[in-house]
Ligand binder design. Structure first.
Ligand SMILES: [Zn+2]
Length: 236
C-alpha cells in the first residue's frame, strides 16, 4: 500500500466515524423525545392551572351538598315531630315556624349546589382535556426512551468497531506522516486529510488558488502539503 492509499484509507475511516457519531448525536428519535418532553412540561403547567381553578369550586360544591343533606334531615325530623300526636299547640307553632325556616335554607342551599355544579362542569372538563392530551405523549415518551437507548447502544458498538479498525489503518501510515495527520485532525476535526476535488479541498470546501493547486500536483509521491485554509493534508 502506498502512503497515499494508507492516508486515504485513514481519512475515510475517520470520516466514517464522524458520520456515525453525527448520526448518534442527531437521532430523529432523540429530537422527537426532546420535543415531547417540552410539550409534556407545558401540559403539566396547564394541568396545575386547571386543577387550581377546579379545587375551590369542588370544595364549595361538596360543602353545599353536605349542608343540603344536613338541612334535609333536620326538615324530616321536624316534620315527624309535627305529625306526632299529643304535642302541645304552643310547641306545634314553634316547630312549624322552625320547619319553614329550615325549608327556606334548604331551598337556597340546593340552588347554590346546582349553581356550583354548573360552574364545576367546564372546570372538570378542562382538567380532563389536559389529561387526555398528555396520555398519548406519555406513552410515546416511554417508547422513545427505550428506542433511543437501543439505537445509541447499537451505534456505540458500531463506533467501537470502527475505532478499532481505524487504529489498524493508522498503523499502515508512516510515523512522521501520522503525526502530521493527527495534528491536522485535532486542529480541524473529522479527518486530518482531505481530497482535492476540482480545485477544492473537500474538507473545508475552499477553492484553492491555481498556484496552490499546481504546488500540490507537483509534489513527489509520498509528499503532502496542507490545505492553506483548514490545514488538512491535501490528497491529489
Ligand atoms: Zn481545507
Amino acid at each position: 500500500m502506498t502512503d497515499l492509499e494508507a492516508l486515504r484509507a485513514l481519512m475515510e475511516a475517520d470520516r466514517w466515524i464522524e458520520r456515525v457519531a453525527g448520526q448518534r448525536r442527531h437521532l430523529p428519535e432523540s429530537e422527537e423525545l426532546t420535543r415531547i418532553e417540552g410539550e409534556l412540561r407545558t401540559l403539566a403547567g396547564d394541568l396545575r392551572a386547571a386543577q387550581d381553578a377546579q379545587a375551590p369550586v369542588r370544595v364549595a360544591h361538596a360543602n353545599a351538598r353536605d349542608e343540603g343533606a344536613r338541612l334535609g334531615a333536620r326538615a324530616s325530623d321536624l316534620a315527624a315531630k309535627l305529625s306526632a300526636s299529643g304535642t302541645p299547640a304552643g310547641t306545634l307553632a314553634a316547630l312549624q315556624k322552625e320547619l319553614e325556616h329550615v325549608r327556606e335554607l334548604l331551598s337556597a342551599t340546593e340552588d347554590r349546589e346546582l349553581e356550583l355544579m354548573m360552574e364545576l362542569e367546564p372546570l372538570d372538563e378542562a382538567v380532563e382535556t389536559v389529561k387526555a392530551a398528555a396520555a398519548p405523549l406519555v406513552s410515546r415518551r416511554a417508547e422513545l426512551v427505550t428506542l433511543v437507548s437501543e439505537l445509541q447502544s447499537s451505534l456505540d458498538e458500531e463506533l467501537t468497531a470502527l475505532r478499532r479498525a481505524r487504529e489498524e489503518t493508522a498503523r499502515t501510515v508512516p510515523a512522521a506522516l501520522l503525526t502530521r495527520y493527527d495534528a491536522a485532525l485535532s486542529r480541524s476535526g473529522i479527518s486530518g486529510a482531505a481530497q482535492l476535488v476540482s480545485g477544492r479541498c473537500d474538507g473545508c470546501r475552499i477553492a484553492l488558488a491555481p498556484l496552490d493547486i499546481d504546488r500540490v500536483k507537483a509534489l513527489a509521491e509520498g509528499e503532502f502539503a496542507p490545505c492553506p485554509e483548514c490545514g488538512r493534508l491535501l490528497l491529489p
